[in-house]
Design a protein around this ligand. Sequence first.
Ligand code: EPU
Length: 428
Amino acid sequence: MEKLKIAGAYPLKGQIRVSGAKNSAVALIPATILAESPVTIEGLPDISDVSILKDLLEEIGGKVTLEDQMMHVDPSSMVSMPLPNGKVKKLRASYYLMGAMLGRFKKAVIGLPGGCHLGPRPIDQHIKGFEALGAKVTNEQGAIYLRADELRGARIYLDVVSVGATINIMLAAVKAKGKTIIENAAKEPEIIDVATLLTSMGAKIKGAGTDVIRIEGVEELKGCRHTIIPDRIEAGTFMILSAAMGDGVLIDNVIPQHLESVIAKLREMGVTVETSYDQIFVRRGEKVKAVDIKTLVHPGFPTDLQQPFSSLLTSAEGTSVVTDTIYSARFKHIDELRRMNANVKVEGRSAIITGPVQLQGAKVKASDLRAGAALVIAGLMAEGVTEITGLEHIDRGYSNLVEKLNGLGATIWREKMTEEEIEQMKSS
Ligand code: EPU
């Protein structure tokens, strides 16, 4: 087991490249199950969620290779093997195996998903969609059993705007008989990316990226080649750390339109942000001012960036209020920021941050993926050395983070933890 160490308070400068989108990758990989012939996905991030999904595809009989960020999946010999335990519990997105396996085999057994603990994360809307398409769904000892004699298109209104439910219902519906309409669908760019892959496979999907998606079921889907979109959350993380410590950072391989809410907030703070075709340049201003953030579904401010943004706000003049309307308990990083000298408190669904303060290096623990990103940014801002444990969360979502940040002039490295430190971390 390793920990991350950062010697902070040094300016960052240079160019940093964004990898493929984690939250697309974790849906695109299960989507390959639906094809009858080989699918190639290019530009995948080098993260543990991707390697776990590769293993899961192999467990159900897929022939998979992963090299140079390119995954090649031959799904022709896959079978509907039950996956009630083990690796499915390691990531939230294993729920996409439900929609994909139901769509191809009309049956699936998948353990309830794991992932970050951000408050309650039900999957009732996914199940509502599968049932509307004709599946019988039961929960037996922590695994979801899905079975259908036949899947038939349906009109499905989502009571909650959900990225996962929108994608999962698309996966189950592309081979259903007849037409499916998903109303109140989520509009995140990852949904468009999955729809693009499915369309290249031969699916008939209209309206992905709007709140009404129309799908006409087809008999068969074939293999294809697909290039993943860049990770807007990784790009946003780089923008925030550049706003905190950047003396001119060029972020490469970005779709600036995916990040309009973040760009607007940084400019409101007084940070210089310039966009071009697929790059964003960020430089910190002399002084940055406090701003309020409210997370919303896309194109609103993404919940996945509120934790990293909180670290930046500790250095802003005045009081900022960060409110998360998507997850009720996404504030586990706040106690850790306080250890680093931040002036911040949580009230209900909001964090109230008063600045500016100079963060100080400390021993902290990442409790989830974006809390980890928040602590890395805080470590880059802090005087002295910061030690971050809970690295497995960061490795789930950030590809080669240490190498990328060292490329900007950061002093950040991984170190083996001692037995004693591992025991201490487990008991804290
Ligand atoms: N919800 C329900 N019922 C459902 C599904 C969702 O009540 O059946 C609620 C959730 O509890 C939450 C809200 O709806 O309050 C939105 O959840 P959503 O389903 O959109 O989230 P998700 O699909 O499980 C994805 C990302 C998350 C990201 C959210 C919101 C993946 C694998 N995960 O989760 O990413 O926070 O959308 O944008 O795509 C991350 O990358 O760190 C991360 C947590």
